[in-house]
Ligand binder design. Structure first.
Ligand code: UDP
Length: 309
């Protein structure tokens, strides 16, 4: 296959590009570096099957030659980035998805959108199954991400229905691993950076809110299985092992052997109280389920952070 990956220098885009190259496919990466980092893909430039262009996917896209898949992974993905870049977040999910869909249509390529558990908002059911429509505040601080991704799914489904295109919508739940930015602002990078520097570990709220964390290698395996499947409906990809944020902070403190204190800070607006994927569909259709246990994945991620703090 010859595939285009948008957001190729980002956390997931870089792992995905490396994985696709490892399978012998050719990858054209694009990224505008708003949150991506060239360090994440430096090693890929040696591979003759990797091409890269600095580009903003919200503009008209042209790629010479054949393409078998367009994988749209570009987007700020951390709540603090939504506050810093609200309009680029809306644009990449809406206009960027439109451009990427147009390119996929032109090339008769499969289109894949990196959607998110955020389409469920602050969910009123737990775990979240794909048939749940969600509970999103459109005008809240997270609305710029949630609504852009919801629009992206609606647009993707419209191209599938109207143009008969092959589409893949993956709803990604919290994922962690190497290549996350140290100052990304999400719980895992924050807790690890704080613990490794013996600075206070900042738990928002009382830490009873939950998340379910998937190690990045499991996620990328799920992405690939979805790509080569024939499933045009959304599929949750995530690890159903649910932990409270306080538990996560304590685990990271233990694994780093840190002297940090755990401190409590205000809970951000519209912060979801629970999140856990129902992965019945992924298990059935993709024969996929995560393999990496939380402590094992956290240890690998700590090694990456240790080398950089
Ligand atoms: N969180 C926290 N301390 C931090 C960063 C995040 O307690 O330093 C909490 C945040 O309020 C949320 C959870 O961790 O309840 C996961 O936040 P993250 O930013 O990782 O992503 P989200 O799942 O909210 O998109």
């Amino acid at each position: 296959m010859r595939v285009l990956v948008t957001g190729a220098a980002g956390f997931l885009g870089s792992h995905l590009s490396r994985y696709m190259l490892g399978k012998g496919h050719s990858v054209i990466g694009i990224d505008n570096f708003i949150t991506g980092n060239i360090e994440n893909i430096n090693d890929l430039f040696k591979n003759p099957k990797f091409e890269f262009t600095k580009y903003d996917v919200t503009n008209y896209l042209h790629v010479p030659g054949k393409l078998d898949a367009v994988m749209h992974f570009a987007s700020p993905a951390s709540p603090i980035d939504y506050l810093k870049f609200p309009i680029p977040t809306l644009k990449v999910g809406a206009l960027g998805t439109h451009k990427a869909l147009g390119l996929a249509k032109e090339k008769k390529a499969i289109f894949m959108i990196a959607s998110t558990s955020e389409v469920y908002g602050d969910p009123l059911i737990n775990p979240q199954v794909e048939s749940y429509w969600g509970n999103v505040n459109p005008i809240g601080p997270r609305g710029v991400y949630d609504e852009a991704k919801r629009f992206a799914e609606a647009m993707t489904m419209a191209y599938h229905r109207y143009h008969g295109m092959q589409v893949r919508m993956l709803r990604i739940f919290n994922t962690y691993g190497p290549n996350m930015r140290l100052n990304d602002g999400r719980a895992v990078p924050n807790f690890m950076t704080q613990a490794l520097k013996n600075k206070p570990i900042t738990v928002y709220g009382d830490g009873s809110q939950t998340r379910s964390l998937c190690y990045v290698s499991d996620l990328v395996d799920g992405i690939y299985r979805l790509l080569i499947s024939r499933e045009n409906n959304p599929v949750n990809i995530g690890n159903p092992h649910e932990v409270s944020l306080l538990e996560l902070a304590e685990t990271i403190k233990k694994l780093t052997g840190s002297k940090s204190k755990i401190v409590f800070r205000a809970l951000p607006e519209d912060d979801p109280k629970v999140r856990r994927p129902d992965i019945t569909r992924a298990k059935k259709i993709l024969k996929w389920q995560p393999k990496v246990q939380l402590e094992e994945g956290l240890k690998k991620t700590i090694s990456y952070f240790k080398a950089r703090v």
